[in-house]
Design a protein. Structure first.
Lengths: 296, 144
């Protein structure tokens, strides 16, 4: 009976774990909905700003556009690699696959002669680099789990100031990209030096000629000078936003798989326990019957 | 009381975090980089850089709503005005004390040079505009 009792004990533990994972799945689902709402709410602003940039660029021609954020610094080879990870674990391969990609990029840049300044957001990334004994130049510990535009804009502003001062030659972000509602993959996005593309819609030539003539206040140049830093801030915000959503998606999937696994394990253990109990009863009955027969 | 303006146009205000307002308006006044700009229906296409201050929206029924905005852009095209503001908040929700603290923090920033100096000045202007608007809201509340 000792073995049967240990199976029972294990089944109880599995049941408890199953309850925890299904609760975590529910929490992740609620957080995912909140984050997804944020992405949907941010989308009109981002698309409108992008449209404005591409519209203005197509007006002035890509060659005429000149902003210090777009200048490539060929003498300096010092890039910032910003790695966005999560603060909490139990989210499947979310952190490990992102950190693998970030490491690959880190090594690749170092091999091509770059001095990398590593900036990390999220405890998991920090733990990983500490374990690997790689120096982290800046750790953003106060960004929280929910991306806040103003706080991230301040981060982007600091990085832009460093770029304009000539302390760094570029900014790349390792984040988890959202592909549709449930799919994601780790990606590296180049943010600085800024590259902008003119509107790519196939506008008929005739329509192009009748393009709306805006009154620009104060001037097209001044607007572009402010619009381009805004796109950098938005790009950083977008990366954090997508990372936050995909973290919850990943946790949801991982916890669902864990709950299903726990259910299956519980079922198997229950069947095993019942079989064992049954066979014990059969043995005991056989012994009693055997005993009775011997007395008679 | 209906508005003195007859013609309506649609207005949308967005911040990076949410859609703040979508409604019909008859007159919108916003702070452009070099002064206040007012827009009525059928205004010519306009693209303006926003400064810091109050956006005042007059609705067809004569109601006026105010929002605090800082840093962003305003666009008027085909009778639709779109305001994209990095910071945007209904004026009624502004806290005077908090705004004063922000102004103090902005003043306390190191003066610096170049980009840093410009950023400091922007922050001071934005905080000062917030204090003004919050003060006005408080006075209105007292009068009521």
């Amino acid at each position: 009976m000792a073995k049967a009792r240990s199976i029972l004990k294990r089944a109880r533990a599995v049941k408890k774990i199953g309850t925890i994972t299904s609760t975590m799945e529910m929490v992740a689902t609620a957080r995912f909905k909140k984050m997804h709402k944020m992405v949907v709410a941010a989308r009109p602003y981002i698309t409108r700003i992008r449209k404005m940039v591409s519209d203005l660029i197509s007006r002035c021609g890509p060659g005429d556009l000149d902003h210090p954020l777009m200048h490539e610094n060929e003498k300096l080879r010092r890039d910032v690699l910003l790695v966005i990870t999560s603060n909490r674990g139990l989210c499947g391969s979310y952190n490990s696959s992102l950190l693998r990609l970030a490491m690959e990029r880190y090594n690749q840049l170092r091999e091509s002669g770059y001095d990398i300044k590593l900036h990390v957001a999220g405890k998991k990334g920090m733990q990983y680099f500490r374990f690997k004994k790689i120096r982290v130049d800046k750790y953003y510990s106060d960004l929280g789990d929910v991306p806040n535009y103003n706080r991230l804009a301040a981060v982007a502003d600091d990085l832009m100031t460093e770029f304009l001062d000539g302390s760094i030659s570029g900014l790349e972000i390792a984040y988890t990209q959202m592909i549709g509602a449930a799919n994601f993959k780790p990606a590296i996005g180049q943010v600085l030096p800024l590259t902008v593309a003119a509107e790519t819609t196939k506008e008929p030539q005739a329509k192009k000629a009748f393009r709306v003539a805006y009154d620009m206040l104060p001037s097209m140049d001044a607007i572009l000078q402010q619009l381009l830093p805004t796109t950098v801030r938005l790009r950083v915000f977008e990366c954090f936003l997508e990372s936050a959503v995909t973290e919850q998606t990943s946790r949801m999937t991982a916890m669902r798989a864990a709950s299903e696994n726990a259910d299956e394990l519980l079922h198997n253990l229950t069947v095993k326990y019942n079989r064992m109990r049954q066979s014990q009863i059969t043995t005991e009955l056989a012994e009693i019957l055997g005993g009775t027969a011997a007395i008679e | 009381m209906a508005s003195k303006y007859q013609r309506k146009f649609s207005l949308e205000i967005y911040s990076p975090e949410q859609k703040v307002l979508a409604c019909e308006a008859v007159c919108v006044v916003f702070p452009a980089a070099d002064g206040q700009v007012g827009v009525l229906a059928n205004h010519a296409p306009l693209l303006a850089m926003l400064g810091a201050g109050a956006v005042s929206v007059e609705q067809p029924d004569g109601r006026i709503e105010e929002y605090y905005v800082a840093r962003g852009f305003a666009q008027m095209l085909e009778n639709t005005a779109v305001i994209l503001a990095e910071k945007c908040q209904p004026a009624g929700t502004l806290e005077l004390e908090q705004a004063r603290n922000e102004l103090q923090t902005a003043h306390d920033l190191p003066v610096g040079a170049g980009q840093a100096a410009r950023q400091r000045l922007d922050q001071i202007n934005a905080a000062a505009a917030k204090v003004n608007l919050a003060q006005r809201q408080r006075e209105k509340a007292v009068v009521k």
